[in-house]
Write a protein that binds this ligand. Structure first.
Ligand SMILES: Nc1nc2c(c(=O)[nH]1)N[C@H]1C(S)=C(S)[C@@H](COP(=O)(O)O)O[C@H]1N2
Ligand SMILES: [Mo]
Length: 426
């Protein structure tokens, strides 16, 4: 019977509190639910001829900028750790104001341990040395002579969503809470190509990658990852990598925690064992409940977020809304995303938008009929390895909540009667 209903194009409930069947998005059934969002009198009025239609518009620009009406679409920059340390910390992506899977380069999140170095590409060198037959030094021109590859990949800081370890939910927006996640199309030379030219010694198992910033940020990386899909990136979304994201050359380790994606890459030393750099001993370990810590947990685990509705973009009237969000996994591709409007009591599958790529965020969408009452919106992702995003309670039971890094539990937005969203634990 329910099937007959959807055949006639009516929106069919798929889970509690207004979640509709994802087929609604395809079958033209929106009209049946959407009367509350239709603009009044659209047929009756003649559109006015605006002033900007009566004379020629503005001229051309050598580098384009967003519309002046989009001047609120900005990264969120928490205060620095001390006055004067402006480059130490983060700028966070306003995920609720974006759509699709790619983050515009100017809004890609930034995490820097000692500010952004002002590197002249003509002066910059990349060295590969250590356990190799032939140490190599590359100029940028030399790197440009190698075959390149592009891939769409997310970068997520291991500390993203770390605020959700706090005992009380913080009254913050999605950028402050979860905005250390972004995605670009990255283009560069496979690290494997350069390592093969250098000739890796059979005793080598690791390498250490070092940046040319004031922090000399350096991380140990398994040789297997370097030979698999690591990319020495020169381009980001078609243009040269932005200074804040590692200009003129950054390492991309698809799916690995953000920290290992060394920016301003200057040195790769091939070694037999991990180096235990300051950046992997004082930080980036996962503190567990029982006085133990995990070290070298590299892939970011399966995770998802509803980016709309979200704090700061209130629902204006009851009726139809599309729930939209991102899901990603550092271990593979996204297989399924379920959404809930009743705090996880009932779930329905969302539509996954193509392309669904490994180690890249997937945009998901689900139709929702808001009845004007309270709701708790959640999303839960499953990846191609079968890993399912845990509830906060399950995450806490497994790891405890004393850590900062690799928080990937299901996130909840409470929608109140005014249509405003807040961060809650459910
Ligand atoms: N040289 C260097 N590389 C670095 C960092 C840094 O401070 N210096 N920050 C790391 C951290 S903690 C993260 S999360 C990512 C952030 O990359 P993005 O700023 O391009 O988003 O870069 C990593 N690479
Ligand atoms: Mo990070």
């Amino acid at each position: 019977m329910a099937k007959r209903k959807s055949d006639r194009g009516l929106a069919e409930p798929a889970a509690g509190n207004g979640i509709l069947s994802r087929r609604t998005l395809f079958e033209g059934a929106i009209a049946a639910t959407a009367s509350s969002m239709t603009a009044a009198g659209a047929a009756a009025e003649l559109l006015p001829v605006q002033a900007y239609m009566q004379s020629p518009g503005a001229g051309f620009a050598t580098y384009g900028q967003p519309s002046r009406f989009e001047d609120k679409v900005l990264r969120v920059i928490p205060p620095p750790p001390a006055p004067g340390l402006l480059g130490i910390g983060t700028a966070r992506t306003p995920l609720h104001l974006l759509d699709g899977m790619i983050t515009p380069s100017g809004l890609h999140f930034e995490r820097s341990h000692s500010g952004i170095p002002d590197i002249d590409p003509d002066q910059h060198r990349l060295v590969i040395h250590g356990l190799v037959r032939q140490p190599l030094m590359f100029t940028l021109d030399a790197l440009h002579r190698y075959p390149m590859q592009s891939r769409i990949a997310f970068i997520e800081c291991a500390g993203n969503s770390g605020a959700l370890n706090a005992p009380q939910p913080q009254p913050l927006g999605i950028a402050a809470l979860h905005g250390l996640l972004s995605c670009s199309e990255w283009t560069g030379v496979r690290l494997a190509t350069l390592l093969e030219e250098a000739g890796v010694d059979p005793a080598a198992r690791w390498l250490i990658a070092e940046g040319a910033d004031g922090a000399s940020m350096s991380r140990s990386i398994p040789l297997a990852k370097a030979m698999d899909d690591a990319l020495v990136c020169l381009y980001q979304n078609g243009e040269r990598v932005r200074p804040s994201n590692g200009y003129p050359v950054r390492l991309l380790l698809p799916g690995f925690e953000g920290n290992t994606n060394v920016k301003w890459l200057r040195r790769i030393k091939v070694v037999a064992t991990p180096t235990m750099s300051k950046d992997e001993t004082s930080k980036y370990t996962i503190l567990l409940k029982d006085e133990k810590a995990w070290q070298f947990v590299f892939p970011m685990e399966v995770k998802s977020l509803i980016t709309r509705p979200a704090p700061g973009i209130a629902l204006t009237s009851r009726g139809f809304y599309e729930i939209s969000g991102l899901a990603w996994s550092g271990n593979g591709s996204i297989r399924q995303v379920d959404v809930s409007a009743d705090g996880g009591q009932s779930w329905a599958p969302a539509v996954l938008q193509e392309p669904i790529l490994p180690k890249a965020p997937v945009r998901f969408r689900a139709p929702w009929q808001w009845n004007g009452g309270p709701a708790v919106l959640q999303s839960r992702a499953t990846d191609s390895t079968g890993m399912v995003q845990p509830t906060r309670a399950a995450f806490a039971a497994e790891r405890g909540l004393r850590g900062i890094y690799h928080y990937n539990a299901i996130a909840s937005w409470r929608i109140d009667e005014k249509g405003e969203a807040t961060n809650v634990y459910a």
